[in-house]
Design a protein around this ligand. Structure first.
Ligand code: ITT
Length: 199
């Protein structure tokens, strides 16, 4: 199926998560596109009613594109832990509670895993690029690894301090952003988006 090319000068990054906004802005830097965050535009944060990363990414992208009258790029992502049957998954943000405290969310992962020896986990990111006319392109990326305890590192955001990607010794929280951008779930999805829509 043919993908729609992105040829507009301006793009809304439909996220209210400052960590994601920084990463998406970094990833978009090589492309001549003027970006504006959903928060800066005063756009409301839609309720994430979907049960899949794809559904939530599309819902957020459509809401922002319609409200702003501009193409919008949304990211729905999360951490899936094998020993927890894939939790927290699509509700990864909710595990941090109303104060968005990821110390609390990481401690819950550790507590629920207890003495489970299976520490395998992966991050998922689904990027959805929607246009105001309702067209949407969706791309998924994953990075597989394991969760460790205690958390380490102050770079990145969210669950980064407890995630170690396969083939690495340091957590995403200890990794330089440029290195995370080479291997992360978001980077994998982004490369697919670029090949399909920016190529
Ligand atoms: P928006 O919906 O406004 O984009 P959000 O934080 O609510 O922001 P999600 O619903 O997609 O976003 O929640 C995904 C959560 O998964 C997010 O809050 C992070 O804590 C976590 N997460 C996603 N990508 C991550 C990454 O690269 N490193 C660490 N944690 C990540």
């Amino acid at each position: 199926m043919a993908h729609r090319r992105f040829a507009e000068p301006r793009l809304v990054v439909a996220t209210h998560n400052p960590g994601k906004l920084v990463e998406i802005a970094d990833l978009l830097r090589p492309f001549a596109v003027d970006i504006v965050g959903a928060g800066a535009l005063g756009l409301a944060e839609p309720e994430e009613t979907g049960t899949t990363f794809e559904a939530n990414a599309e819902l957020k992208a459509h809401a922002a594109a319609r409200a702003a009258g501009l193409p919008a790029l949304a990211d729905d992502s999360g951490l899936a832990v094998n020993g927890l049957g894939g939790a927290p998954g699509v509700v990864s943000a909710r595990w941090a509670g109303p104060n968005k405290d990821f110390g609390v969310a990481m401690a819950r992962v550790q507590r629920e895993l207890a003495d489970n020896a299976d520490r395998r986990a992966h991050f998922v990111a689904v990027l959805a690029l929607a246009w105001p006319d309702g067209h949407c392109e969706t791309f998924r990326g994953e990075v597989h690894g394991r969760v460790i305890w205690p958390p380490r590192g102050t770079k990145g955001f969210g669950y980064d301090p407890m995630f170690v990607a396969g083939g690495h010794d340091i957590t995403f929280g200890e990794m330089e952003p440029a290195t995370k951008h080479e291997i992360s779930h978001r980077a994998v999805a982004f490369r697919k988006l670029v090949a399909a829509c920016f190529g």
